[in-house]
Design a protein. Structure first.
Length: 387
């Protein structure tokens, strides 16, 4: 019987690191007799899926992290060493939850995050609890990088791959970007929703709608920079509106706390947490994302798939979606210069120009075939038990 085992605390479409893998499950199940999942929660059903839950885990994330890492390793030791149960053909885990995996899929690099924080004093302000969380996560990450011996490391972007090879000394490292759902994010979806959504949100055809999307960490993701740039353009007379898809506030702060003094708050439209984000993306003219730290920006890819012109900063992973001058432009971490770039592109008629370019982004079918191909390659390369 051919089996694959996935290990992650949350096997769910809500989990950013698991969305693409979960949507790939029907395709992966074609090549395996059983798909096992070790996780705290699992919201996915499939005839071949067998969920083996961790029945309890602490709620606070640092404690849950410690507990799940310990529990996964104790379970593996019991089953594969003590009870001598057969090991699955492929074991894949997210980040550093299981050192015994064949595939470790790195979605976030805490060492890189600490490096960025230290290089920008006063820009990314973290509470004591957040700093402690990063300290714990970095410790577990370093242990994984030192002791794990997967058959391959996966990560989501070229820049992340370079950091893992050069900074952490990992090998081999392969790149498999997250995927977008083309049934939701497409030019057809933009055409279907744009007029009704702009009307629903109160935008006129002449308004220039600058989009942004995040569920939190607004300081790190650069929303204050976007609002400062928007303020400059508004003062110059441009009909700017800002559409924030995701949380309406975060980290104890509100939009008023993030906007420059005197900014017209009725120009900020925050949706709160919504399900059909593609409907709101369709109302945007430009997606501006001056984040300071990412691994692979999924919302940037989804905006590009909607034909929206994209303006990312030089964070890790932007290179997977942006094609400079074709589907957007890279922006600096400076409000004046962001405003200058948007002003120039508006004058040249580029902001509202629809495109069909997503760079090296992958739609679901491409991701699924790439992942299935990786598994088959690893299975074929494994020495036979009789050898």
């Amino acid at each position: 019987m051919r089996r694959i085992l996935y290990i992650d605390p949350h096997f769910s479409l809500v989990s950013p690191s698991m969305k693409s893998v979960v949507r790939a499950l029907p395709r992966i199940a074609e090549d395996f007799d059983k798909v096992e999942v070790w996780s705290v929660t699992c919201e996915v059903e499939h005839p071949k899926l067998e969920w083996d839950p961790l029945f309890w885990a602490p709620r606070p994330w640092p404690l849950r992290l410690v507990w799940t890492v310990i529990a996964f390793h104790l379970r593996a030791f019991l089953r594969f060493v003590i009870l001598r149960q057969p090991r699955p053909d492929i074991i894949q885990c997210t980040d550093f939850y299981a050192l015994f995996s064949d595939v470790i899929y790195v979605h976030f690099h805490f060492g890189r995050y600490r490096e960025i924080i230290e290089s920008k004093p006063g820009v990314i302000l973290l509470s004591i609890s957040r700093r402690l969380m990063i300290f714990f996560c970095r410790g577990f990450e370093m242990s994984c990088f030192r002791w794990a011996r997967p058959r391959t490391w996966l990560t989501v972007s070229d820049s992340m791959s370079g950091h893992l090879r050069e900074r952490e000394g990992l090998s081999p490292v392969e790149v498999l970007p997250n995927a977008y759902d083309p049934k939701r994010f497409s030019l057809a979806s933009r055409e279907r929703h744009r007029s009704s959504m702009r009307s629903e949100l109160g935008f006129s055809e002449g308004d220039l709608v600058l989009g942004f999307s995040a569920l939190g960490d607004f300081e790190r993701k650069g929303l204050p920079l976007l609002l400062a740039a928007a303020d400059i353009l508004v003062r110059e007379g441009l009909p700017i509106q800002v559409l924030v898809v995701g949380a309406s506030s975060a980290d104890g702060g509100t939009m008023a706390d993030l906007a420059p003094a005197g900014f017209e708050l009725d120009r900020i439209h925050a949706t709160g947490r919504v399900v059909e984000t593609e409907r709101y993306f369709s109302a945007m003219d430009a997606f501006v994302f001056p984040s300071h730290c990412e691994s692979f920006c999924l919302v940037l890819m989804e905006a590009a798939a909607m034909g929206v012109r994209i303006y990312p900063a030089a964070f890790d992973g932007h290179e997977m979606t942006l094609v400079e001058g074709v589907n957007g432009s890279r922006i600096p971490w400076d409000a004046e210069e962001i405003a200058a770039r948007l002003r120039k592109d508006h004058a040249e008629g580029l902001l509202k120009r629809v495109h069909e370019v997503t760079g090296r982004a992958m739609a679901d079918d491409q991701f699924q075939e790439a992942l299935a191909g990786l598994y088959q390659r690893l299975i074929k390369a494994r020495p036979s038990k009789s050898a």
